[in-house]
Design a protein around this ligand. Sequence first.
Ligand code: SF4
Length: 359
Amino acid sequence: MISLYFHIPFCTKKCPYCHFYVIPNRPAYQQLLADSIALEWQMQLPLIQNRPITSIYFGGGTPSLFTGIGPILEKISREPDCEITIEANPEESSYELFSHFVQLGINRLSLGVQSLDDRSLQTLERIHTAAKAKQAIHDAAKAGFKNITIDLMYDLPGQTEESWRYTLDQLQDLPIQHLSLYNLTIEPHTPFDKRKVQTPGGELSLRFLQTALTALESIGLKRYEISAFAIPGFESRHNLGYWTGRPFLGFGPSAFSFWEGERFRNVANIHKYARHVRLGESPIDFREKLSYAASIRERLAIQLRVKGGASLDQFQIEHETRQIIEKLKAQGLLIQQSSQLQLTEKGMLYYDTVAAEII
Ligand code: SF4
């Protein structure tokens, strides 16, 4: 089984915390991207042929702005129950657009809601309002999406516990089946970084998380990965692939791939990307093949993100890593039952520490 990822870099406005490769939505870029992805598809087709495709993900950027989704999907012969996700932002959403996606066979929608408090949305300099976000979710459900996920962010500059609870309290009225929860990270070289924007962090950040865990559990969204929550049966097949080492191929500028134990990324520039594929050259500008031992450590750390953890039977773990695992168990961050290793509740709060120690 394999997965496919398409990076569609268009955004109406770049958010001040965003570190993804995004470009303005211009007609010339639309055509360039459509033509280039078609060429890259032809180049990669021999790798894909005869490999069952279990999930397809259009990420970005804002892929819902791309007019070339239909022609891409027409080319892909996939498993009948293939999970097909598209990301969208509330401000460019409508019932008509979502109905069009449903007709194309897209069966999962990921909406960049981020907050249901207008003050927080203003802090993030998002261009949608909470009312528009809720409208978009209802439009998606009305258009026929039965699998809707939203992104929420916490630990925002100036955010209070009252504001966060206000966002969480509104979730119960929304027809969502999945939710991804992130704390705001100030990435280097972003406008937030240059402005030295501060997040609450520390104890308050932990309280935001605890409040969210309680609220999400109470509306039936179960935590199945560090940052992912779903009604049972609606776990993201595509993301589970990332966490369990399923091979995936990425298309488009800046798209990552993981294939035959190697990680690689296309150049993060639409003009360079387009030129390479037009000349029949590889658009990859970064490749990494970890040593066997390093790849085992990385796979173990990533797989621990998932609630069920990792079975140590599938890994040949070196002595040094075993010692680290024992130390993390003694610190109450990991628990082992026969060969199954998983994070404790405390380990889930401090996953970054666990992963850094193992890798
Ligand atoms: S909408 Fe998403 S991808 Fe686009 S600029 Fe904002 S954070 Fe980045």
